[in-house]
Design a protein around this ligand. Structure first.
Ligand SMILES: Cc1ncc(COP(=O)(O)O)c(C=O)c1O
Length: 423
């Protein structure tokens, strides 16, 4: 194989060069590699392909828009029909009153936008000291400046030098830890709390019962803005449009990406409650918000999102994440008995994780990747997450296919066990 020039994200390029895995085609819950092997998609690629692969009507919608007007920047007063329609649609399903929709190109810039907007809101409404942003241990909010700084996975934070000051993490499962941190800082200095309804990339950690409700109450009590990071949990993954509906909370902002287009084209954004948007939307000539990306509101991307949402609605996929959660859990939970397994998590939404035993991970930091590759050799793609594999299949997956995912993980674990016995 010729040496690659493609620098892969989240990769050890010294190991990847000469050993790339090239995917060439997808249809439904299956994808094919360049050698013609078929794989069941157990992770919706990177948690995003909610409607499955190869959807003609998304391709058609994008092609039609490309032929009509590929796009035009929406800075200032310019708009385009798909961006207008998509904003109206997302506002109508948002779990907040009169939501306004700010488009970005992915989840990471949605996070940075929400963090900046939180600070700007307080600067604008007379509490400029409210700068501090709190998030949670194990949290993942992307790799841009704010996202890296508020992220709670130590390995992702390391090596970049000083991060954004006035950020901190609290214990992921303790409302009291949030309360203590707000008290330590003084509520008058805290701008926002960022919270994934189910933590995804950090290893799939569903919240303890009552957690989301309680942190929402603490935010409301202290005036801290509640930002729900729904980049993974949105568009049906937890059984609602955003993922926080099942906990009955109404956030001040929501970050979204991934499932909004099912990944057919890159898109993210922030839903901003009418209350938080109000200072910026009420008095012409007063506040100019100097923030945005070249491709915010890209017409073709928004057209693809509308077609994707059309499929989600027609096929009634939003409830699927909750309807299938017990099936995925039932497929994964028995793996707890496998001698190599340290933990299995899931049960809230169509998300799960199988983690290897601590001593295995201590002895071999590549063990998680080895498990991912072993499972892959049994025809199922999962998300390697360092300590094991994570699951989030397309919402179109069947119960039989969910069982196949569990069986392939067991087969992969058996392969690893056989290798370590032989060694
Ligand atoms: C919860 C969460 N927030 C933010 C991001 C960052 O999104 P992106 O990779 O599109 O920048 C991710 C990515 O996986 C995520 O899972």
């Amino acid at each position: 194989m010729t040496d690659t020039k493609l620098w892969h994200p989240f990769a050890d390029m010294a190991a990847v060069r000469g050993d790339e895995f090239v995917l060439v085609r997808g249809e439904g819950v299956y994808v094919w590699d360049d050698a013609g092997n078929r794989y069941l998609d157990g992770c919706a690629s990177l948690w995003y392909c909610n409607v499955g692969h190869g959807r003609e009507e998304i391709a058609e919608a994008a092609a039609k828009q490309l032929r009509t007007l590929e796009t035009w920047s929406i800075f200032g007063d310019v708009a385009n029909p798909p961006a207008l329609e998509l904003a109206a649609k997302l506002s109508s399903v948002a779990p907040m009153d009169d939501a306004k929709v700010f488009f970005t190109t992915g989840g990471g810039d949605a996070i940075d936008t929400a963090a900046k907007f939180a600070r700007l809101y307080w600067q604008t409404t007379g509490q400029p000291e409210r700068l501090h942003v709190i998030a949670r241990t194990n949290g993942y909010h992307g790799t841009m400046a704010f996202g890296t700084s508020i992220g709670g996975m130590p390995a992702v934070r390391q090596g970049w030098g000083p991060l954004v000051p006035e950020t901190s993490q609290v214990q992921w499962d303790s409302p009291q830890a949030l309360r203590d941190e707000i008290e330590r800082l003084g509520a008058e200095r805290v701008a926002a709390f960022f919270c994934e309804p189910v933590m995804g990339a950090g290893g799939v950690f569903p919240p303890p019962a009552g957690y989301i409700e309680e942190v929402a109450a603490i935010c409301a009590e202290t005036g801290v803005l509640l930002v729900i990071d729904a980049v993974i949990t949105g568009f049906g993954r937890l059984g609602g449009w955003i993922g926080c509906e099942r906990f009955g909370v109404r956030p001040d902002m929501v970050t979204f990406a991934k499932g909004v287009t099912s990944g057919y084209l890159p898109l993210g954004g922030v839903l901003v409650s009418g209350r938080v948007a109000e200072p910026f939307w009420s008095e012409p000539g007063k506040i100019m918000v100097r923030h945005g990306q070249t491709y915010s509101g890209h017409a073709t991307v928004c057209a693809a999102a509308l077609a994707n949402i059309g499929i989600i609605e027609r096929e009634n996929l939003i409830p699927r994440g909750q309807e299938l959660e017990a099936d995925l859990w039932n497929a994964l939970a028995p793996l707890r008995d496998h001698p190599l397994v340290g933990d299995v998590r899931g049960g809230t939404g169509l998300m799960g994780a199988v983690q290897l035993r601590d001593d295995i991970l201590e002895a071999d930091q590549g063990a998680g990747t080895k498990l991912y590759k072993a499972v892959r050799s049994h025809g199922v793609l999962t998300r390697a997450h360092g300590v094991g594999v994570a699951l989030s299949p397309p919402l179109t997956v069947t119960v039989d296919q969910i069982r196949e995912i569990g069986e392939a993980i067991r087969a992969g674990l058996d392969d690893l066990a056989a290798v370590s016995e032989a060694a």
